[in-house]
Design a protein around this ligand. Structure first.
Ligand code: DAH
Length: 358
């Protein structure tokens, strides 16, 4: 069987010269496949005498192993080379400045406004807190002093979820206020947080979408009072709308989780299509606020005789509309690239109070 040596030489040579995985596979089939040459030799073992088989068996097995190993080694080398080539082809130089021409992607104005709000409150010492979009009834309502069956629960047009086995029924949170609860349950005062996020209500028309965005604020300290609430929010509105003065009023209102509660209105002027916030002859409501209700503090294990706090909540989509002159809420969630190109922001231009917000 001088065939063995010839076949081995030839097989190893064609393995070595296979320039791609396809050619290598052809070689494998030609040698080790069902009808391959090496397999053909192995088949001859059956017709041999026991002595012959004793001699040839190990030789043929060794041949098969060597060819098999050579194929495997070559395969690894070809795969590594292919990966190298792909990495070289897809190499991106992150230090290059962005290419000129049309922007490929843009930050949605709501995300931009989230960043701006975080920058402003961050400058005042607030941290950012988060909570889940799927809440339980206790965090969304009960702990926030909405009594069982209270009509205020109904004003929220809640999306109720089906209960999973062994779990309480959940709701899609109707406001970001449950993050107040989650924060007070896990942190000791003093607390200063804002909680930006998505909220959900079963409502759908020109000015309402079933999902929208809010930012909640919470301050819990020993001596904080309504004067701090007003100062903080007036400073925020000035910074956000980038104006030096804002005429504001706090109008009594009702929220179950604050007492007293107030809605904040600011003066504005309409100039054609655009609105200028700060001064003018009309009032516009921009947020809800109040002193945290003692029941809410108690529900979270905070002693209302020792601590008090203020809270506020605002709709971010509307703030973005007002600041950037977007007339309609509906295109916000239509993912139309033309709209995003027009109203979107460069993703790398992080807003800061000192470096500029917008
Ligand atoms: N959660 C209220 C809403 O969705 C907004 C709000 C009002 C939040 C007053 C507050 C607050 O924290 O004090 O309508």
């Amino acid at each position: 069987m001088s065939d063995i040596n010839t076949i081995e030489k030839e097989a190893l040579a064609s393995i070595e010269s296979a320039g791609d995985l396809g050619t290598l596979e052809d070689v494998r089939v030609a040698e080790l496949g069902k009808k391959g040459r090496v397999s053909g030799l192995m088949k001859q073992l059956g017709g041999m005498s026991p002595e012959e088989r004793k001699e040839m068996g190990p030789k043929l097995n060794a041949l098969k192993t060597r060819v098999d190993e050579a194929i495997r080694t070559r395969k690894e080398a070809l795969e590594a080379a292919a990966l190298e080539a792909q990495l070289a082809r897809e190499k991106v130089d992150l230090s290059l400045p962005p290419a000129p021409g049309p922007k490929a992607g843009a930050l949605h104005p709501v995300m931009q406004v989230f960043e701006e709000i975080a920058a402003i409150f961050g400058d005042m010492g607030f941290a950012v807190a988060e909570g889940p979009d799927m809440e339980d009834d206790w965090h969304n309502f009960t702990a926030l002093n909405f009594p069982e069956g209270h009509p205020a629960r109904e004003t929220h047009d809640t999306f109720f979820m089906k209960a999973l086995e062994g779990d309480d029924a959940k709701v899609l949170r109707t406001h970001t206020s449950p993050v107040q609860i989650r924060t007070m349950m896990t942190q000791k005062p003093p607390i200063r947080i804002i909680a930006p996020g998505r909220v959900y209500r079963n409502d759908w028309d020109a000015t309402h979408t079933p999902m929208f965005h809010q930012v909640e604020g919470l301050v819990i300290e020993k001596n904080t009072h309504m004067g701090h609430l007003k100062g903080c929010l007036i400073d925020f509105v000035k910074a956000f709308f980038e104006v030096d003065e804002v005429e504001a009023r706090f109008r009594p209102h009702f929220f179950p989780f604050t007492e007293p509660s107030a809605e904040m209105d600011v003066k504005y002027t309409r100039k054609g299509e655009t609105i200028e916030i700060g001064a003018g002859d009309s009032w516009m409501e921009i947020l809800g606020s109040g002193m945290v209700h003692p029941n809410v503090l108690r529900n979270c294990g905070i002693d209302p005789k020792e601590y008090q706090g203020f809270a506020f909540g605002m709709g971010v989509d509307r703030l973005a509309m007002l600041k950037y002159g977007m007339p309609d809420l509906r295109p916000y969630f239509e993912a139309d690239p033309q709209w995003t190109r027009h109203y979107g922001f460069a993703p790398w231009a992080t807003p800061s109070v000192s470096g500029g917000l917008s």
